[in-house]
Design a protein around this ligand. Structure first.
Ligand code: ADE
Ligand code: ZN
Length: 332
């Protein structure tokens, strides 16, 4: 069977539903912002920094990811971060994005919520007007912190709810089950927000269940360990609850040792609404196109499967029906 080409995959219209804006901070921009803000980095060069991107698990990565985010200080820094990501999207024909941001990573070191969301929203607005990339923004709570702290963040977000479509849950999964955040997610739903949560990345299939039952999520982020629970798999197929899967992230963080072992296409064939996403592309070796290429090379993904994965992302997105129809039309 011939391997689907990079060119074809790059041209394929795509939709990204699982992307941490802080995880799109490329080393070059990190150095530029460090210089602009007079911050000392513990690395001398971009090459040295890139060499540090070897991870054995999620926590290894998170330690370096939170350190990198320290260079983001003022509104323009957040704008530049998001704009650089959107330019990448344009180059790879990503037509709609639903990125995450982690306000607590910034507010905990004295950067105001307003600074963060203003820079992000301004760039997303320009991305729609100038690049034709539509977007919906998702605010994540850090699950290694308390529910009380998540409530403080939700309160800070209240004046900006017109700029936020949903709340999510990220950071260290093991030992921080979804139900730890049941009450703050209930309050977010009362405020009219949708909900998503990382679950079943490193944590067990049980966390996927409680994300669905207790947090009432519209999508599960990662969810690859759902395959260990046949009843849960049946529920995912029947309910059509989508999984936002991140292939390169999973091999970089050793969820799977090799791409050839990844279960995304097995789940697709079993009827689960799985989608392809890049998670933290600056750290994991690639954006959307590279993730699709990795599936073509590691799992012999066909063109039909690639198109179905994009159709799943359109169905799973929080875009309105007219925008969804327009995106389906792009696929031909
Ligand atoms: N924050 C950024 N990337 C993450 C991931 N893959 N899992 C959990 N938290 C994250
Ligand atoms: Zn993630």
């Amino acid at each position: 069977m011939s391997i689907v080409s990079r060119d074809w995959l790059n041209t394929l219209p795509k939709v990204e539903l699982h992307l941490h804006l802080e995880g799109s901070l490329e080393p070059e921009l990190m150095f530029e912002l460090a210089k602009r803000n007079h911050i000392e980095l513990p690395f001398e060069t971009v090459e040295q920094l890139r060499c540090a991107y070897e991870f054995n698990n999620l926590q290894d990565f998170l330690d370096i990811y939170y350190q990198g985010a320290n260079v983001l200080q003022v509104e323009q820094d957040f704008y530049d971060l998001v704009w650089a990501y959107l330019i990448k999207c344009q180059q790879q024909n990503v037509v709609h994005v639903e990125p995450f941001f982690d306000p607590q990573t910034h507010t905990d070191r004295g950067v105001s919520f307003e600074t963060v969301i203003s820079g992000i929203s301004r760039a997303l607005k320009d991305g729609e007007a100038q690049l034709g990339i539509s977007s919906k923004l998702i605010m994540c709570f850090l699950r290694h912190l308390s529910e009380e702290e998540a409530f403080v963040t939700l309160k800070q977000a209240e004046p900006y709810l017109d700029q936020i479509i949903a709340v999510g849950l990220d950071s260290s999964e093991q030992g921080h089950p979804p139900e730890k955040f049941s009450q703050v997610f209930a309050r977010a739903r009362e405020l009219g927000l949708l909900t998503v949560a990382h679950a079943g990345e490193e944590g067990p299939a049980e966390y996927v269940r409680t994300a669905i039952d207790d947090l009432q999520v519209a999508r599960v982020d990662h969810g690859v360990r759902s395959i260990e629970d046949p009843e849960l798999m049946e529920h995912l197929v029947e309910s059509k609850i989508p999984l936002t899967v991140c292939p390169l992230s999973n091999t970089k963080l050793r969820v799977f040792d090799e791409m050839s072992q990844h279960n995304i296409l097995d789940m697709l064939e079993q009827g689960v609404c799985v989608t392809v996403n890049s998670d933290d592309p600056a750290y994991f070796g690639g954006y959307m196109t590279e993730n699709f290429v990795a599936l073509a090379q590691g799992l012999e993904m066909s063109k039909e499967q690639a198109k179905q994965l994009v159709l799943n992302s359109i169905d799973a997105s929080f875009a309105n029906d007219a925008r969804k129809q327009a995106m389906r039309a792009l696929l031909g």
